[in-house]
Design a protein. Structure first.
Length: 90
């Protein structure tokens, strides 16, 4: 997760070890009662897009046997374009 976070421009992934869950968080600071709905919508869109994009990579990591995790080449894994979702239509 930390290696993936290095490559992100917005937001970050986190792991809840007790629950066994992965989360993606994106934040912004707004003044009191001044939240811009367009900015919030953009943050939600970013979060959903990043989770959709990286879930297949997380699946590959989860399928890697425990004893082989340290040998997993994360940069090479992240270059596997067949794991990326299809590009959205215009």
């Amino acid at each position: 997760m930390m290696r993936t976070n290095k490559e992100l421009n917005v937001g970050n992934f986190e792991v809840d070890w007790e629950e066994g869950t992965v989360m993606f968080r994106v934040t912004n600071i707004f003044t009191a009662n001044q939240a811009d709905p367009r900015v919030i919508a953009g943050l939600v869109h970013t979060a959903v897009a990043e989770v959709d994009r990286l879930t297949p990579f997380l699946g590959e990591i989860c399928r890697t046997p425990k004893g082989e995790l340290l040998l997993l080449n994360i940069p090479k894994l992240m270059q596997r374009t067949e794991l990326l979702p299809p590009a959205p239509e215009a």
